[in-house]
Design a binder for this molecule. Sequence first.
Ligand SMILES: Cc1cc2nc3c(=O)[nH]c(=O)nc-3n(C[C@H](O)[C@H](O)[C@H](O)COP(=O)(O)OP(=O)(O)OC[C@H]3O[C@@H](n4cnc5c(N)ncnc54)[C@H](O)[C@@H]3O)c2cc1C
Length: 382
Amino acid sequence: MKIVIVGAGISGLFTAYSLAKMGVRDVVVLEKRYVGYGSTGRCATGIRASFTSEEHIVLMKESIRLWKEYSEGELGRYGLNFVQGGYVWLARKEETVDTFRKLVALHNSLGVPTRVIDRDELRSLVPPLNTNLVAGAMHDPMAGKSYVFTTLRALMKACRELGVRIATGTEVRKLIARGSRIVAAETSKGEVSGDIFVIAAGAGSRELLKTVGIEIPTKNIPRHILTTEPYQRAFEPLVIDWDTPGVPYIVQIIEGNFFIGRDIEEEPEQSIYSQRIDFMPKALKPIAELFPFIKAVRVLRYWIGYYVATPDNHPIYGPVNNFDNLFIATGFSGHGYMMGPVTGKIIAEWILEGRPSIPQAEKLTLDRFERGALVRELAVIG
Ligand SMILES: Cc1cc2nc3c(=O)[nH]c(=O)nc-3n(C[C@H](O)[C@H](O)[C@H](O)COP(=O)(O)OP(=O)(O)OC[C@H]3O[C@@H](n4cnc5c(N)ncnc54)[C@H](O)[C@@H]3O)c2cc1C
């Protein structure tokens, strides 16, 4: 059985890795540019299970279990490092602390040990934070981060060792269908045939699927992020300023740099090379209020990547009704990096065992949009 995966981001590579681990010998990943060229190489490295939908919480709990297992195992030997530094959600308003209490009840009922914490505890978790601006916070100790490029390098090494071929510089221009089957991918380097096809092409998935008449309701929304120079270790959790519009966040990545992001008003499909100078003050002002020391840290650079967003902020997973051998993993709405391990696992199970071991994943197939069975998620950030 030959499995062709389009896209060498976190979703495509973890799918390839999971399939190869489950014994599939013939897996090829087709990538138009280079490994990590898409959203994966542009992300903030955050990993959490503190969501607002059961589907996300349950899937992310398993993903975090896998991040830990992989970090301690073979992928860890190749450099993958998951640091369980937690997330801290800041409330500037009292009423938000009440919302956090309700969320904590949901998380705890599904086995995610979040807690509402007071200012003293907050200070011990995030010493440089100006807690005068904060009414309270929610702490997610299960959350963490993993540096993207060491993760990708580890995955590439492990995949290649298991016999997976990663063909970079190979753009898939269209899929070729015969009846209810996809038979080949037409690429910039010729036709690639296969028995099963997985579309994990991030922002390129929608156009590619159109070539066989499949419409997916995703929008490619530019999201901005900057990095500072490396700095002495200041705090471990990813900190979210939940009550400020655009939800600014800051994380000190494993290499020491701070990544700072904020959602600013953007048009879907804008080029990721059209940078906006107004992003810098918009992102930095609220973060500098909370962390006055950051004003003395130098900004190194800034970039943009796409959030491939669905109408309900959940991914599109699994098989497509009109085709027997086509699977999708896209539309992560800003959470695809953290979901990488569980994405690989469930797509591999769907292909090899007919269904995923996590039933919540079955609620996230493409046909939910036709059926009007949307699954809501409210906590969209990095
Ligand atoms: C600023 C920012 C911050 C983020 N922060 C976080 C975070 O903290 N945590 C988190 O979990 N997520 C975060 N995300 C989201 C995360 O980056 C994505 O959800 C995730 O990387 C998606 O991975 P993917 O493999 O599905 O897609 P991608 O990484 O986009 O990979 C798809 C690949 O397919 C290739 N491709 C596309 N079309 C074709 C074609 N026709 N033929 C061949 N190859 C093709 C692309 O070149 C690309 O390499 C963030 C995103 C941004 C932009």
